[in-house]
Design a protein around this ligand. Sequence first.
Ligand SMILES: *[C@@H]1O[C@H](CO)[C@@H](O)[C@H](O)[C@H]1NC(C)=O
Ligand SMILES: [Zn+2]
Length: 407
Amino acid sequence: MKMVVGVMVLGQLLTRLLLAAHVGDRLAAARRILRDVPLIDGHNDLPWNIRKFLKNQLRDFKFEDLRDAHPWARSAWSHTDLRRLKDGMVAAQFWSAYVPCSSQYLDSVQLALEQIDLIRRLVNKHPQNMVLVTTAAGIEIAHKEGRLASLIGVEGGHAVGNSLAVLRMLYELGARYLTLTHTCNTPWADCSTVDEPGQVPHIGGLSNFGKSVVLEMNRLGMMVDLSHVSVPTMLDAMHASRAPVIFSHSSAHALCNSSRNVPDHALRFLARNGGIVMVSFYPHFISCGEKSTLQDVAAHINHIRKVAGIDHIGIGAGYDGINLTPVGLEDVSKYPDLFAELLARGWSEKDVQKLAGLNLIRVFKAVEQVRDRMAGEGIEPLEEEIPRDDVIGRLYCRYPITPSTIP
Ligand SMILES: *[C@@H]1O[C@H](CO)[C@@H](O)[C@H](O)[C@H]1NC(C)=O
Ligand SMILES: [Zn+2]
């Protein structure tokens, strides 16, 4: 009897060791893949935390390692520093120049400029580790150099102040995507909250000016980001856009019916558009609750793959803009574990490469090609009358500006 028990225990131990070896192999394989192709994340809100915690002063900001730094170490909102980005093998990050809705019609343009300035100063302060990137090819070069490609995405269409001129200047400053809305409607685009029970549409998608914004972004070579917009806005933008679009941080509506997620019919349309959904890790979008796991995130990725296809999926965790994270994906050091999980579920190395970064690079290059084609067609900047009398928002700017978001 004793011997039987002994053999059983030994057997269990061996099984566990073998399993651990497999997991270790897969993690090693995931890390090897991420050395070959850049891991690109679509959305990180660190810049907003620097505004909240440090009022945008970088003097005492020790980005190398924040694990013991006050107030970062104790904050549920902090998941990002250079050390953990390196552990997580992140090659490219879209840093969010987020502009809160409370600034709409007030100082939203100023906030966008201040957050872009902050991202640029952060990058310039760490030239060994980071480099400002504004092209798809730049991501590949930075990956070879071993520096974090740092890209700028502006979050919230109100950041352009209803002005194509402002949109063009944000592009000049390095912004390579604009999220058409945050959690408020703009005068030209509905946000996702209008899709929620009991809410009514404001426009019912994009207005004609909203379609002009999309076309001007196509002409500039700026990606159209549809995270946060209503479903009719998603569809209108994909109809209007000459280039593939992105969702910088959203997940699958079929698995969690948050209005922030993408429904299956929009995923099928996205496949025809050529764009990608970069999957968010926020538990409220993954399990529609406070508790999620790495496996739950993998299920969203598999669902989007099943509906839209392997070419239409990416990663946009949303770290530093969320105060809850899935078990197993606690901070930016954990991405390789997610890719190891997908390898365990039968994904090929090529599939993982596409998810990690090749799909985003394809979309970014297609956006650049559309820009070049439109230039070849002689399409000029869209000239609007200033001020535009049909955009009600401008009226508000005649009132004194109050700094709405200084903490
Ligand atoms: C999600 O589904 C639940 C149950 O069907 C429903 O009560 C809830 O209103 C839905 N939420 C949204 C945002 O549609
Ligand atoms: Zn967001």
